[in-house]
Design a binder for this molecule. Sequence first.
Ligand code: ATP
Length: 369
Amino acid sequence: MARVLLEKVFKRFGPVEAVSNANLEVKDKEFMVFVGPSGCGKTTTLRMIAGLEEVSEGKVYIGDRCVNDVHPKDRDIAMVFQNYALYPHMTVEENMAFGLKLRKFCKSEIKQRVQTASEILGLENLLARKPKQLSGGQRQRVALGRAIVRNPLVFLMDEPLSNLDAKLRVQTRGSLKKLHERLQATIIYVTHDQVEAMTLGDRIVVMNNGTIQQADTPLNSYDTPKNQFVAGFIGSPAMNFIEGNLVRKKDEVIFEASKSPVSITVPNDLKDIVLPHLDKNVTFGIRSEDIFTEDKALKKSIEGATIKVKVDFTELLGSENFAHCTVGENKIVTRYAPHMTLNMNDQLNLTLRLSKMHLFDTKTALAIV
Ligand code: ATP
């Protein structure tokens, strides 16, 4: 069994707490992605699992064994890094076989393992080539091959696709997903790219400032973020946020923005949930796909709050268009239909689909709705 367990794990570099109280179980055969902005502690967490970095406090388990004091080479893991670190003077075959030779595997076993890995990765015809005769994507596959032949309990991958161009990244992403299915292995994968995280992970761990913010399926992280950080980090364009507070007017609970004339009546079914936050600072959140221009809202009979905004600028991406708008001091990004023409300074009525609204406690940033 190849689960990985972190129990109250801390990593301190002098005064810097790079990882704070990480508690996480990566299940056997799970594809787990660590994602977060630069410096949030992803790589340090991965390196502690690999044994390349000592744990300051807490315990790391691989399988049922606490590995805090186990040397990296005895942890039954294989790492794939961003720079493939292939030996330039060796052929593809020799590169893949090298780790096994060091471990004194017999020749026939090495041959068998290299053959299987090269079949899985489509490298059969490149075995005699040297790294410089390969493309970036092919080199990356050799680096993966070197890990696969080891047959490890756990694969640890640190931004393995970041040297590839955009198109190749998408292709290799697909291959990685298939590879995971084929290998039935536990994979822990680090990236700062939320799209990569969403598309690859069975679950994703969103980190910020050394702390795990949420460990959940991609869909749950997107639909029900636990806090404002996760809400803003996952999804592109980012969720729109409007700061304000909740007030009661007769029977209704109203969100009133503090820096714009936006005023939104909280739907009845959410009233009980939001009532404890009355007269407190809250942040309203809505994703651009839950905002509709007037004609689309009418067509789809969307019910919700309507706000008047001014168009700042537009982005035409072919399949979808985005309008960056302002209302008072708040910024709102919305999608709009390709047939619509929008110009700078146009006034626009937007309908917000309130069944998809989010609300966060501004002070703690925790999700209320
Ligand atoms: P990136 O995406 O930029 O690689 P990351 O999320 O992987 O970032 P880490 O490399 O884990 O972040 O770094 C976490 C924090 O620990 C950062 O503030 C970093 O500066 C600090 N740090 C990492 N390694 C060391 C070290 N050897 N000495 C001191 N501080 C370090």
